[in-house]
Design a protein around this ligand. Structure first.
Ligand code: ZN
Length: 344
């Protein structure tokens, strides 16, 4: 039998026990070992969704997972059984215009795990067994399987960094230091950024930022902090706005030099205010970034080799039976960074 964590309605989680299913042709079954709680999971848990994406009924959350292949369907190499894998939550159709032009992240028929963008929703990874296409199971050759659970959020950040062009020797600002801000820091440093400053409202987050190698870390609520940041030292070549808070968006726009790039990584509400005039007068590139494509495999490789060492981000590991506690912890930024379910 297979334990599955169900979000019955906002605020109410329950464990459901189901039969273990068999993979069809081209599919395989992964025994999930670790799965991370993401900000979007929290949105479903707290508010039933975000923007126009609302849960229509009970759903299974989770899209940051890894485990071991334990069964394969017809046409899949049985030699893969026993392999450690990171599970790519994206299953694009492969046939639409976006897929055919190499931009499958915009697939018009995307099946993304743990998302209510489709009805019924695609089942997520907060369960012991996941069946996915062979290509979604990306081999992980690292020493500690749990690290592979961060491949998905790292892929998001590698894609965000790819929006800026070459970062080597550049000055970078990161506003908002949750898991995505932290992974943007590591990804920007890996891309060669020479100087990285971080702003956040949580002293805890700023402490971790320094530990992860930020050159400066400021309380974003502190008046004038940003002036101190840019005064006499030049503005930022690129900013990664990871908080989606209007004041942080304004900070990122103010701190970025003329012709620089602001990448909006945090998911904005439909109507968010921002000082757009400075985008005009400084000729800023204000870029969105959405999920990832090829960056997933790259993230798996960088984590496995520890060229990007994500270990300091993993703050707690809890069993599925402690789901309420895990979701409470994931909301409390003074006590957690990345909370993982340990389904071993
Ligand atoms: Zn498609």
């Amino acid at each position: 039998m297979s334990d599955t964590l169900l979000l019955e309605r906002p605020g109410r989680l329950a464990i459901l026990t189901r039969e273990i299913a068999e993979p069809a042709a081209g599919e395989l079954r992964v025994r999930i070992r670790f799965a991370g709680i993401c900000g979007s999971d929290l949105h479903y848990f707290l508010h039933g969704g975000f923007g126009k994406v609302r849960m229509q009924g009970p759903m299974i959350l989770g899209h940051e997972s890894c485990g071991m292949i334990e069964a394969v369907g017809p046409g899949v190499d049985p030699g893969r059984i026993g392999e450690w894998v990171a599970v790519n939550p994206s299953l694009p159709c492969g046939e639409c215009d976006e897929c055919r032009t190499g931009r499958s992240r915009f697939c018009v028929d995307m099946r993304f795990m743990g998302s209510a963008m489709r009805n019924p929703p695609i089942e997520g990874a907060f369960r012991q067994h996941v069946i996915c296409s062979e290509a979604q199971a990306v081999p992980f050759t690292g020493e500690a399987l749990e690290e592979a659970a961060l491949a998905e959020p790292l892929a998001v950040c590698l894609h965000a960094v790819a929006q800026t062009g070459d970062l080597s020797g550049k000055r970078v600002l990161i506003t908002g230091f949750g898991p995505i801000g932290a992974l943007c820091l590591l990804a920007a440093r890996h891309a060669g950024a020479a100087y990285i400053a971080v702003t956040d409202i949580s002293p805890n987050a700023l402490e971790l930022a320094r530990k992860l190698g930020a050159d400066d870390a400021f309380e974003s609520s502190r008046a004038g902090a940003l002036d101190g940041l840019t005064r006499g030292r030049g503005q930022m070549d690129a900013s990664f706005e990871c908080s989606a808070h209007p004041s942080a968006i304004a900070d990122a726009i103010a701190a970025t030099r003329p012709c620089g790039t602001v990448v909006q990584v945090g998911m904005l509400a439909a109507e968010t205010t921002a000082p757009l005039t400075h985008i005009v007068t400084k000729e800023l590139n204000f870029r969105g970034t959405f999920r990832f494509d090829v960056e997933f495999a790259e993230a798996v490789r960088l984590i496995a080799s520890r060229q990007i060492d994500i270990r300091p981000l993993i703050s707690q590991r809890l069993p599925l039976t402690a789901a309420d506690k895990a979701f409470a912890l994931a909301q409390d930024r003074s006590r957690s960074m990345k909370v993982l379910f340990d389904l071993s």
